[in-house]
Design a binder for this molecule. Sequence first.
Ligand code: NAP
Length: 280
Amino acid sequence: MAIILDGKALRDKILQDLKVKIDSYEVKPSLAVILVGDNPASQIYVNNKHKIAQKIGIKSEIINYPTDITEETLLNKIEELNNNSAIDAILVQLPLPEHISKDKVINSILPDKDVDGFTPYNFGKLFSGEIPTVYPCTPKGILLMLDEYNIELDGRHAVVVGRSSIVGRPLSQMLLNRNATVTVCHSHTKNLSQITKTADILISAVGKNIIKGEMLKSDCVVVDVGIFKDENGKTRGDADFETSSKIASYISPVPGGVGPMTIASLMLNTVELFKKHRLN
Ligand code: NAP
């Protein structure tokens, strides 16, 4: 039976350590989160981030806008936050309404305040093998979790299923920078199971139940990023836990695996930006 990669426990440990650090600072790190519209999932994510930030002493502010806000108003707000020296970190919750250009909005965030690491400057740094201001939260959380369990990456075959700009793409680069041999799969990939069968480390970020035990190599590591509700309203990950946990040596559960690590990384990134701005 696979060992569980316990993201919740590691998140708690990271947050505890961060709180002690933040308590020792005279000025506190600050995070501004922009939420446009009333997408229920986005509201839950933003409120969660806000609550956890406050709990560990980060000054967190949610800036709410209705769905019909103009792109110009949003860009003006980001400019104001960019110029406000009391703000260390800016996060724009995605998705944005269709009439607003996600790229324009993300590009307008100062790379030094880009807590998600999504601006072209930080992405460019990551993809050219340099060190970005901060690493994107979900991939960063995944690597922290693998490191916590001493899972070797160097020279091992990591298969990433999903190529989104928030998970699959940045993660593949981070794995490459750690000397893994990386294969990225997506919806056009043929014979997915033939590829997953060769993975020492399989990371799935799709949002569908596509990984079954028979697609895994014996003793591999499974990191399940996907999260969705099944037909019975139960929260599920990409991997079929019952069959996968019998083949893998390690597996991250859903919920309780990657999700908590994403939040922990956001808090770590906020503090990193704060240190860069105010402690140097
Ligand atoms: P996304 O933008 O929804 O993209 C999904 C990816 O899966 C795409 O690259 C798509 O390929 C690929 N895909 C779809 N069907 C496939 C199939 N049958 N075989 C192989 N690949 C397939 O991805 P995302 O935003 O990264 O989210 C993915 C999942 O992770 C979602 O469930 C999301 O809720 C979850 N998530 C969790 C966290 C967390 O903190 N736990 C963070 C972020 C996301 P194409 O590119 O070809 O379309």
